[in-house]
Design a protein around this ligand. Structure first.
Ligand SMILES: *[C@@H]1O[C@H](CO)[C@@H](O)[C@H](O)[C@H]1NC(C)=O
Ligand SMILES: *[C@@H]1O[C@H](CO)[C@@H](O)[C@H](O)[C@H]1NC(C)=O
Ligand SMILES: *[C@@H]1O[C@H](CO)[C@@H](O)[C@H](O)[C@H]1NC(C)=O
Ligand SMILES: *[C@@H]1O[C@H](CO)[C@@H](O)[C@H](O)[C@H]1NC(C)=O
Length: 385
């Protein structure tokens, strides 16, 4: 029914326009009271507005809003088309934020032509408290093995010695920003924070604010926003194995490190070392086959590192390199000796220990042995006689 009403209205408009010879220009107003609100979630902001004043004959028209916003120094705007009156997104509060919005009249209200209002604008910025020299430096955050987050920083360049920093964080799902409960400290000053058990915090913006206090001056806050899956540093791969087939094909395999990361989320970088030459390869699987480059090489070794691949995250941090694993082909007997010697030593030690225990616990048998011996001696003497 509503649609019918719109259609008749549009038809009337169409007729009106044709009659008056296109003299009627359709106009629409921008939304009202556009503003950017900060609910105190460290960078998660609300952009909200009210519907525009609309001419009576467009009351039935569906309105759409075109919203554009960005951090002030960014080159590109994010664009959203919506029918709602609010939009929420994460921002970097170290910088200002600007937004603009306009109204679109839907096309069947305007005989197919595009009708938009002029833009209306709003901006938001945190009032800068404290000098730039009081802000922390070199903030780094790493999500170790997709299990716990460690952030660290250095104090500002010009802070007074009584300055102590505090870290707050928030992500969608928490009621409000929380303070770090496990600070890393240097000289009793907070220089980092460790967070674990972050429930369902992946694939969403994670917001951090580091502020501080000093009796002598205000401290400038520092903000950070990232997604946890993009700053994962895995453990290095384990259980490396290398072998050579047909004296030319090198086969290498390894295991994914233990932990919550699915095996399909890894990509690997491998370094193969043959005597003095070494070369790199990459793969998404946890094995690899390569051809040897030299026939008579003495050493054939490899090591691996891993990172989260593009199917699971936009970015990641390489793990440390694994231990180097070498082919035992040439060094076979040597390596066996290395293994056998400690085992033998161990057994000898065990035997000695056993003898000692037997001797301590049971002194009588030795005595009786003595007696027996004497008897035997006696017997021996007897026979001699
Ligand atoms: C409506 O559309 C027709 C055909 O596209 C065009 O000739 C006419 O001028 C339009 N009228 C208005 C009011 O835009
Ligand atoms: C800094 O704050 C931490 C707690 O957040 C506290 O343990 C430490 O003693 C403080 N250091 C100084 C110098 O006040
Ligand atoms: C630090 O930030 C938190 C979270 O926004 C806020 O509640 C707290 O008042 C701030 N502290 C100071 C000293 O500014
Ligand atoms: C290794 O030796 C085989 C035969 O023993 C030879 O065919 C091959 O070309 C050699 N490869 C290299 C890289 O020297």
């Amino acid at each position: 029914m509503a649609l019918m009403a719109v259609n008749t209205r549009c038809l009337c408009l169409f007729l009106l326009c044709t009659i008056t010879g296109h003299s009627l220009e359709i106009k629409v107003n921008p939304p009202q009271d556009f503003e950017i609100l900060d609910p105190g979630l460290l960078g998660y902001l609300y952009l909200q507005w009210k519907p525009p004043v609309v001419m009576d004959n467009f009351k039935e028209c569906k309105l759409e809003y075109e919203l554009k916003y960005r951090n002030v120094d960014s080159d590109s705007w994010k664009t959203i088309i919506t029918r709602n009156l609010i939009y929420k997104d994460g921002f970097d509060l170290n910088k200002g934020i600007e937004g603009k919005i306009r109204t679109h009249l839907s096309e069947h209200c305007t005989n197919g032509s595009e009708v938009q209002s002029p833009w209306t604008e709003a901006s938001y910025g945190i009032a800068d408290e404290g000098s730039l020299g009081t802000k922390i430096q070199d903030m780094k955050c790493i999500y170790y093995n997709w299990q716990y987050l460690v952030c660290s920083w250095k104090p500002g360049k010009t802070v007074h010695s009584d300055t102590n920093y505090t870290m707050f964080f928030w992500y969608e799902g928490l009621d409000h920003a929380l303070q770090c409960a496990d600070y890393l400290q240097d000289n009793e000053k907070n220089v980092g924070c460790k967070l674990s058990n972050l429930d369902s915090s992946d694939y969403k913006d994670f917001f951090i604010r580091v502020n501080g206090s000093s009796k002598l001056e205000p401290i400038r806050s520092s903000y950070m926003v990232f997604q946890l899956q993009n700053i994962v540093k895995p453990l290095p791969p384990e259980f490396l194995h290398i072998s050579v087939e047909n004296s030319i094909d090198i086969r290498m395999k390894w295991s994914t490190p233990g932990g919550p990361i699915p095996p399909s989320c890894y990509t690997y970088e491998i370094v193969v070392r043959e005597d003095d030459i070494s070369w790199e390869s990459a793969t998404d699987k946890n094995d690899m086959k390569l051809k040897r480059r030299a026939n008579e090489s003495e050493d054939l070794c490899f090591f691996v590192r891993c990172k989260i691949n593009i199917y699971c995250a936009d970015d990641g941090i390489w793990s440390e390199w694994s231990e180097e694993e070498c082919w035992e082909g040439y060094t076979g007997p040597d390596s066996k000796i290395i293994f056998i010697v400690p085992v033998c030593l161990f057994f000898i030690f065990l035997l000695l220990l056993l003898c000692l225990i037997v001797e301590k616990e049971d002194p009588e048998p030795t005595l009786s042995l003595h007696v027996d011996l004497n008897k035997e001696m006696y017997a021996y003497e007897e026979t001699l006689c």
